[in-house]
Ligand binder design. Structure first.
Ligand code: FAD
Length: 470
């Protein structure tokens, strides 16, 4: 009997496995690699990136994980708020000045400024509402974040916008993987808060690419990780849990005292067949938007106008942002070295337009747009690869706040972890993995004490624990 089976080897499952590394743990991952929505690959001094890449700094679970695993990380160098629109590339300056520096008609400028003033006022209201209060738990604060303006969409909240004003707002909102008419108003306002308080939120990168963090966690756990192991069912028994999975065309069954279920919610609600009905129902209601991303290795020999930018918003393009991954290397070099690495990123409806095209067509569309945004780009491409993420990111839709109590309720031997449990993506994945590991460690420690004191059998050992998120 295993102490714990962890289902899913993304950041949430790996973080849980890391914290439980001194217990008898098996991690089952359906893919041929761990990392889930984290994926980067090394290319000499550069790396290609297709998934999550900006991480939380400061006093966060992410910082703890980075430190504990001795992963090298740094502050993201370069501008996070560049924009390319209507033929103009702006690398820096206050974002509030953009409506006046981007060429656009007066009516668009007026529409933009009017909507900008409304959102600015609500960003302040949001910042106040979500500030951690004395003696408040992280769960209480998370509930308040979900509940902020959670009864209508961002599109309904912001009202009618002119075409250019709408185009300029879109890249920020849609990073969530949702379109303005899908995302809750409060979540949209939260995105502006994140972007306008640049450097306050997700401001760290992993040296050598995000997969280096994944590798640092997984390396010491290698013997406990099973790849290509697709879990099909998780069932509570009287005093343990049975996990059924398929690997190399063979069905397996494994018993465990506890399970941490760290797949996306869309999978979790199907696997955990006997979770509390309200919890299972809440899992089934979580919605993900898609992403398509592409990574380009480039071979330029000298400086480029985009060298100082990390994130360039690109309204009216097939992607909504260009991420200059090469900039991370730029930040550490005394003299501009040849080469670079660029990532494009299409969320929500932009992704839905691309998902079913073949890779060549997606790349052709991307390169044509990239060549406009970064002049001369088509001539410096060394390598290019596409990645489709159908379950790109869970987003906060109107009514999402009401699901949170059921998702985090206490019961059973199956514990949930994953980015859908909060609003901070990689930080939520890691902190939910840590929390689940802590609940499991408590149960395991109690059971071990019980066995020591009552070696034959203690009546309570057969009872499911009364506490724990499951
Ligand atoms: C293009 C892109 C850009 C992003 N950018 C950022 C960013 O800059 N900053 C940020 O914070 N976040 C970002 N994110 C989001 C971030 O990557 C995710 O929030 C985080 O990686 C989710 O981790 P997770 O462990 O919850 O889920 P996942 O990474 O999805 O892990 C779940 C794992 O479960 C496995 N699995 C599924 N079904 C089964 C099964 N039946 N049996 C066994 N295993 C199974 C999957 O294969 C997967 O490995 C981005 C995401 C994408 C796609």
């Amino acid at each position: 009997m295993k102490d714990a089976v962890i289902v899913g080897g993304g950041l949430a499952g790996l973080s849980a496995a890391w914290r439980l590394r001194n217990w008898g743990v098996t991690l089952l991952e359906s893919n041929h690699r761990v990392g889930g929505r984290i994926r980067s690959e090394n290319r000499g001094r550069y790396f290609l990136n297709w998934g999550g890449h900006m991480f939380a700094g400061g006093k966060t679970a992410t910082t703890d994980l980075i430190n504990e695993t001795q992963t090298r990380s740094g502050e993201i160098p370069g501008s996070l708020s560049a924009i390319s629109m209507n033929g103009k590339l702006l690398i820096d300056g206050p974002v509030q000045s953009y409506p006046f520096r981007i060429p656009m008609a007066m009516k668009d400028r007026v529409s933009m400024v009017r909507a900008g003033a409304k959102v600015s006022a609500d960003v302040l209201r949001y910042a106040n509402a979500v500030r951690l209060r004395p003696n408040e738990s992280a769960e209480m604060r998370q509930q308040r974040i979900y509940d902020f303006e959670n009864d209508r969409t961002f599109a309904d909240y912001v009202g009618e916008l002119s075409e250019d004003a709408e185009a300029m707002f879109r890249p920020t909102i849609t990073r969530s993987a949702a379109d303005p008419d899908e995302l809750a108003a409060g979540a949209g306002i939260g995105y502006f808060s994140l972007v306008w308080n640049i450097g306050q939120g997700l401001n760290r990168n992993i040296s050598g690419g995000a997969s280096n963090l994944v590798e640092s966690i997984a390396a010491p756990l290698q013997d406990d990780i099973q790849l290509d192991a697709k879990v099909q069912e998780i069932v509570h028994k009287k005093d343990h849990v049975v996990v059924r999975y398929r690997q190399d065309d063979i069905d397996h069954e494994i018993g465990a005292r506890t399970v941490i279920l760290a797949t996306p919610a869309t999978v979790a609600h199907k696997l955990a067949v006997d979770l509390q009905p309200e919890k299972r129902e809440a899992l089934a209601q979580i919605v993900y938007g898609p992403y398509v991303s592409a990574a380009f290795l480039t071979n330029e020999t000298g400086p480029k106008p985009w060298d100082r930018a990390y994130g360039i918003a690109t309204p009216k393009r097939s992607f909504n942002v260009v991420m200059n991954q090469g900039n991370i290397v730029r930040g550490a070099e005394a003299e501009r070295q040849p080469g670079g690495s660029i990532m494009t990123f299409s969320p929500g409806s932009l992704a839905r337009r691309l998902l079913d095209l073949d890779d060549e067509d997606i790349l052709e569309t991307y390169v044509s747009d990239l060549d406009d945004v970064l002049p001369g780009f088509a001539g410096i491409i060394e390598e290019a690869h596409v990645q489709r993420w159908r379950t790109g990111a869970p987003y906060c839709f109107p009514g999402r706040g009401k699901l949170q109590p059921a998702l985090t309720a206490l019961s059973g031997r199956v514990f949930l972890a994953g980015d859908y449990l909060g609003t901070l993506y990689t930080e939520t994945a890691i902190s939910s993995g840590f929390t689940a590991a802590q609940e499991v460690a408590n149960i395991l420690a109690t059971a071990r004490q019980t066995r020591r004191h009552h070696p034959v059998q203690h009546p309570n050992e057969n009872e499911p624990p009364r506490h724990g998120r499951g």
